[in-house]
Write a protein that binds this ligand. Sequence first.
Ligand code: NAD
Length: 496
Amino acid sequence: MTQALTQSATATPLLSNFIGGRFVAPTGPTFENRNPINGELVNLVAEADAAAVDQAVAAARQALKGPWGKTSEQERAALLRKVADGIMRRFDEFLAAEVRDTGKPASLASHIDIPRGAANFNVFADQILTLSTETFRMATPDGKGALNYAIRVPRGVIAVVCPWNLPLLLMTWKVAPALACGNTVVVKPSEETPTTATLLGEVMNEAGIPPGVYNVVHGFGPGSAGEFLTRHPGVDGITFTGETATGTAIMKTAADHVRPVSFELGGKNAAVVFADCDFDKAIEGTMRSVFANCGQVCLGTERVYVERPIFDAFVERLASAASQLKFGDPFDKATTIGPLISQEHRRKVLSYYDKAKSEGARIVLGGGVPELDGAFSGGSFVQPTIWTGLPESSAVIREEIFGPCCHIAPFDSEDEAIALANDSPYGLATAIWTENLTRAHRVAAQIDVGITWVNSWFLRDLRTPFGGSKQSGIGREGGVHSMEFYTELRNVCIKL
Ligand code: NAD
């Protein structure tokens, strides 16, 4: 048992809020965190009430005035590297916690979630050391001129509200640049995946991050910790990753006291597969973009458009590859697909499976719940599913499902493919598959998304701008773009 976890009255481990560098004994209700593999109770979680959120924001505000507020960029970069090292030193604990909370295969979490969760601290430690600002010399009537230069200051207390699909990775993607810039944070992890954010509190203490710089409050959205935090007047900026509808609600809340927001929201991403693609590469990449993390990746593909001459062969090969995905113990190396995050999310995904069927889709693969034996019968599994034949107006094609499924439709011209890909209220990511480089450049420039991959998917250089167009987000993070959100620029004008 770690400090983050204590024993509850029923002997179930209890996960506490982390405020001012301490795990705080719960005073209010607790909620259950269940393993989606089998429905077993992982831990009880202390729900932060309004008073606890107040304390967390006050601790974060206080820390800004303490030693943290006086640290140099070099000192902060060194501390962040210690946090990265601390996560890697306790890799197995983070891995076990992430796998228990999400049910995802350990093979996936051990090469994405945990190492990249740690790497975020190193990337932004590098970034802060190379950050520059602008200067302008101007003429004045007396001929002596004036010099303008900008300085960057931290925004203050940042609320970090996180989703459940890549819990540690997406949380540190925000926390690392916020701390690199000298802010303090109050994190609200998803109620589905509360453990790794809490464990990170221990690592922060071990690394010597001062108390109050990193705080964690647990709970839900409306009427709970999420809302208490985002409406708190002591919060100076809100960074949020999650559903577009939640982003809309948070933006309304942020309007009070005029707080800036950075939003990474939902998607309904297209893949465009041209007949001149490398067929094997396109199948391999689309397999990952549709089914990785059981389809619960914001950048994942749910609409596949394939040029007609290779349409039938593509559908057949993708279905054949997807039929090989294997459910099982997440720590078994043979397991390649996990469950959905919860029974509630499974009900949502299955409602789209039903809709596709009732609208007359051709169900090429799956379409229901897999039959699994005793150990996994309480899990929230669904079958990998492929459809064809639905009209583009179908909710299955227009709305984000966030499950291991896609619809595949044929196209006949480049212009038609671009129009189909763009016909969405979302604009997060696209994958283009073609060996014709001229076409790749031409098409990439015309697709209204924040991120386009050509002949790859999920290949991320963390210095590049990341974010969504249309209803997929506001702002860009990554590299210098994160620094834009987590600092405020002030201009100093000196008359010479
Ligand atoms: P969600 O919006 O349901 O919840 C996200 C977080 O917001 C949770 O911590 C939740 O408790 C909190 N929350 C909910 N309502 C709130 C409110 N009114 N006020 C304050 N906080 C509130 O999202 P989710 O189901 O956890 O995650 C899946 C969604 O996230 C998908 O739509 C996916 O596309 C999106 N996502 C986007 C990106 C991206 O980079 N664009 C990355 C990952 C996930």
